[in-house]
Design a protein around this ligand. Sequence first.
Ligand SMILES: CC(C)(COP(=O)(O)OP(=O)(O)OC[C@H]1O[C@@H](n2cnc3c(N)ncnc32)[C@H](O)[C@@H]1OP(=O)(O)O)[C@@H](O)C(=O)NCCC(=O)NCCS
Length: 190
Amino acid sequence: MKPDFWPAGPDAPRRGAAPLELKGALEPRGATEDDLDEMVRLERLCHEEPWTPDNFLGELGREVTLARGLWLAGDLVGLYVSWVVAPECHLLNLMVHPRLWGLGLGRRLMGDLERESAARGAVRFLLEVRLGNVRAQNLYASLGYEVVGFRSNYYDDGSPAVLMTLETGGRGPAPAGADEARPPAAAEES
Ligand SMILES: CC(C)(COP(=O)(O)OP(=O)(O)OC[C@H]1O[C@@H](n2cnc3c(N)ncnc32)[C@H](O)[C@@H]1OP(=O)(O)O)[C@@H](O)C(=O)NCCC(=O)NCCS
């Protein structure tokens, strides 16, 4: 049976809820204005300072924006938004449905970002991440990103950001499938 990612009432999705099994094929594709409602719903679940619908529309309207998502059984379960101005790619937003954390979807989205950006001429990747966001920092570090600086008062609540970069030097992007999400057996979260 298809998992219900968006139950209503007291079962409404929240961070820290038990992880779901990853059943079915993930479909990566470009995200468009038609996906706005799904993007906003996922965003509100994933981020402390969520983007507004206008934030998404503003970004989607830019020629330099690369926005792609992962759909599972028709539901948007992961998304990234970035700017690609060759030779640089700046990651603006990355998120995975909290009940699917730890299954490799974040890694898969980052692989997709590298491939799609490299195809547009990017060889340098740049991102800011909240100082306390160890999960995301671990993900980026495991992909070769290095801390190159800090930005104080970066977030609206005054929190600082860590600045991380990856120089691929034009190495061939990992082939599609190399970053496939892990099977359900590896779904346990600490
Ligand atoms: C950050 C985020 C995208 C990661 O997605 P994910 O699908 O859970 O990530 P993955 O399963 O691909 O895990 C990738 C790596 O993250 C790290 N990671 C995963 N779970 C972790 C945990 N519980 N604690 C610390 N690091 C963890 C590991 O390095 C892991 O690699 P490994 O499993 O090979 O060791 C997701 O947690 C999320 O949406 N967070 C909220 C939004 C956010 O913080 N976005 C980033 C803003 S910069």
